[in-house]
Design a protein around this ligand. Sequence first.
Ligand code: SF4
Length: 429
Amino acid sequence: MKKAALHNLGCKVNAYETEAMQEILERSGYEIVPFHEKADVYVINTCTVTNMADRKSRQMLHRARKMNPDAVVVAAGCYVQAKAGEVDDCVDIVIGNNRKHELAGILEEYWRSEGEKKEEMADIIHAPAYEEMSLTRTGEHTRAYIKVQDGCNQFCSYCIIPYARGRVRSRRMEDVVSEVEALARQGYREVVLTGIHLSSYGIDLGGGEDLLALIRAVHGVDGICRIRLGSLEPRIVTEEFAGALAALPKICPHFHLSLQSGCDATLRRMNRRYTAQEYYEKCQLLRAHFDHPALTTDVIVGFPGETEEEFEESLAFVDKVDFYETHIFKYSRREGTKAAAMADQVPEQVKTARSARMIALGRRKQQAYEDRLIGTTVEVLMEEAVEREDGVYQVGHTKEYVKVGQKTTENLSNQLINVEIENRLQIIR
Ligand code: SF4
């Protein structure tokens, strides 16, 4: 039996595809071994979101080659889709996006041709349809990430993703539902709907199928008790959308609305299509429909041309919104994007200083959100036992995605438990 090892780089969508490729190989008779072990085939699902991600992808390909010089090294995914020629020296097979489902067949052909190098790339910009792959299990036991959509039509000026993933392609609703049903039968209780640009779900399908329709369909699956949404575009949050979600009891009041900057001038240069005020109104809409929802976001600091005043505006805006979690990224120049060619790139030490201030603010806000929970009772979907200094805790997440522990040795895994938060030690980061 041939041995295969897989390694994932990058986002949740990539992770989903890596797990799907693993299942494809298992079904084709491969034995899956950990990546650090000797294998006959190494598959690296690469990422290209930053120049650093490119570098890490290359490193992993070289590591695989070193682990077994006779192995077949397969480079798949975003980095090779965007820059196929850059890995020719160290891999045997290159598989771009939209061709990953063909992995087993491509390997078969490789063995048959006695090691003829292969490059299997789709014309990703014109890829007509969603690449269907599915999972029957995932690395986690309670929560499953489900990919429902691929591609993005937005072309934010700093982002390379539309070039690596192509235009919006939505998964058929019935395929999503049957995957969720299968996972529910396996015991999964929570699903997270993810995509490259989740809010665009359905725009290519026609027939009134949109994200809300998909959420309602998933909501109907027995056994699933929580539905969490991946990153949302602020503009999708309308009165109707927020109201409809609030009427669905399985929806987690945890919304990740990607902000990137709280300054309108910076947002325009980023080619983001909302103003800070519009963004704020979306947050307030969600707050009107949900009780203390956890609003989380991403912010880029040091975007080209970001002046001190613009940064201060962004910082003041983040302060005003009161996020539960703020993920801060220093702008990183990505070749091939508009922003990389912009004048007024911000010096690294300025980015670092701005990032430190934004991180400090984000931490204060998170602390404030968590402090509110002390003395309350929250519903936790338990995931695992964790040994801590003062004893064993059963740990899981609330609907808002706050990690909470209950001190007990009783195994509560995969159960919904009401936990009274008596002190801060029960909130785990
Ligand atoms: S919305 Fe913008 S940042 Fe997100 S994937 Fe699309 S182009 Fe990239």
